[in-house]
Ligand binder design. Structure first.
Ligand SMILES: Nc1ncnc2c1ncn2[C@@H]1O[C@H](COP(=O)(O)OP(=O)(O)OP(=O)(O)O)[C@@H](O)[C@H]1O
Length: 192
């Protein structure tokens, strides 16, 4: 998927030009010094798309809910945000600070607990992959990889959550550890 973020006030004040344009549901053009280039995606969200649109993706019958159901059924699911600094990864995945516009992660927590009502309490752990090193965000030790390079989280500190709110509080706690370690490495961005 590709999401185009709106021009920020600062960018508008600096007179920045819009260089990305959605052509249709699946393609965008980007202005480059050598002329426009077209890129194709499974789906393109314009700058007007809401967090709700992103999560529900109505044209695809709730991809997010399908992915969440798959995760609950025991499959590994990965949602990965990629883009340059300031492009909107944190906004898309987490949302704004006040959570007036929650992103995919808090919405997924709610959906997970909606599905799992019968069996409420769940365990969670959080690892950060930073410069090819795994850091347990609930403890100080690093995670590990086996000889084949496959990540395994044996010994990772697990926490119990019995609601989406509790899970989000744990997520914020782990994120705070992530920011501290990022600052100590003198990295200004959040590297989601
Ligand atoms: N779709 C959007 N609608 C409104 N504001 C947005 C949107 N996407 C991003 N923003 C705003 O743009 C700014 C940069 O976004 P964000 O922090 O999510 O970028 P990032 O890709 O996570 O950057 P970094 O890699 O530096 O952490 C933030 O102030 C965010 O609130």
């Amino acid at each position: 998927f590709c999401r185009i973020r709106p021009v920020s006030r600062a960018e508008a004040a600096q007179g920045g030009a819009i260089v990305v344009e959605k052509i249709d549901e699946y393609s965008v053009t980007v202005e480059t010094p050598r002329g426009p280039r077209e890129f194709q995606f499974d789906k393109v969200f314009s700058a007007e798309a809401s967090q709700e649109d992103l999560f529900h993706d109505t044209s695809r019958k709730c991809v997010s809910h399908r992915l969440i159901q798959l995760a609950i059924d025991g499959y590994n699911v990965c949602v990965f945000a990629y883009g340059q600094t300031g492009s909107g990864k944190t906004f898309t995945m987490v949302g704004d600070k006040e959570q007036k516009n929650p992103g995919i992660i808090p919405r997924a927590f709610n959906a997970m607990f909606d599905i799992m009502r019968k069996n409420n309490s769940k365990f969670t752990y959080m690892l950060e992959l930073y410069n090819d090193r795994l850091q347990d965000l609930f403890a100080s030790q690093a995670g590990e990889r086996n000889r084949k390079g496959v990540v395994f989280a044996q010994g990772a500190e697990t926490k119990e959550a019995s609601s989406a709110q509790e899970l989000y509080a744990l997520f914020q706690q782990a994120c705070a550890n992530r920011h501290i370690s990022a600052t100590s490495e003198q990295t200004p961005s959040t590297s989601l």
